[in-house]
Design a protein around this ligand. Structure first.
Ligand code: C5P
Length: 221
């Protein structure tokens, strides 16, 4: 009974989490949202008033956090030291700061190790920024899922419509800024692994993207 690991990386708002979750469901694999882990650390830092320019305190914080992922109704539930923070980690405050916290070396080391442990027994679909390039370089299938900034902003806008007071233009700017920070950071930046399959989902439906990835996974069996 052969199980593989699938890495899905790409810029913000490319649809990675929806796609990764559905692919995992279809294959009977475990879905792991690594962005949620960076968000959980960011929430913890904000609560403790630790800023990205305090690396020692940030390192201490991340080492003290017990982060757990559990399958939830919509995607994945996230627990920190037993508290359900699933909703809190999606706030605008967290979204605006997460890339700064994610640039910290110790944060990346600690979370990267947790992610490797979660994937050790295979059969995971993991989405993030550096999974194929850094966390799981041996993953049997690597996807780099992207779309134009405009398209990604529009999708995000439709998703949050009404719930948060933000314009499409503002979202586009914030997404581009987050991509830039993720691509430019020194340690394990967002990058397309040399052996990744690039999927540009602009103009594709979610179902088409899912089907393409499931088909690619069959070629690895
Ligand atoms: O995937 P999501 O948009 O929730 O990720 C939030 C942020 O977490 C990213 O913008 C990035 O800064 C960070 N991240 C990362 N490495 C990963 C996953 C997420 O640096 N593997």
């Amino acid at each position: 009974d052969f199980r593989m690991n699938i890495a899905i990386d790409g810029p913000a708002g490319a649809g990675k989490s929806t796609v990764a979750r559905k692919v995992a469901e279809q294959l009977g694999y475990v879905y792991i949202d690594t962005g949620a882990m960076y968000r959980a650390v960011t929430l913890g830092a904000q609560r403790a008033s630790i800023t990205p320019d305090q690396p020692t305190m940030l390192a201490e914080l991340v080492r003290s956090m017990k982060i757990e992922l559990a399958p939830g109704k919509e995607g994945q539930s996230v627990f920190v030291n037993g508290e359900d923070v699933t909703l809190q980690i999606r706030s605008r405050e967290v979204t605006l700061q997460v890339s700064h916290i994610a640039a910290n070396e110790t944060v990346r080391e600690v979370l990267g190790q947790m992610q490797r442990n979660l994937a050790a027994r295979k059969g995971v679909v993991m989405d993030g920024r550096d999974i194929g390039s850094n966390v799981l370089p041996e993953a049997e299938l690597k996807i780099y899922l992207t779309a134009t900034v405009k398209e990604r902003a529009l999708r995000r806008y439709r998703e949050i419509e009404g719930s948060q007071n933000v314009t499409l233009e503002q979202l586009e700017k914030e997404i581009a800024e987050r991509d830039n920070l993720d691509e430019q950071r020194e340690i394990s930046p967002l990058i397309c692994a040399s052996d990744a399959v690039v999927l540009d989902s602009t103009g594709m439906t979610i179902e088409e993207v899912i089907r393409a990835i499931v088909q690619l996974s069959r070629t690895k069996l």
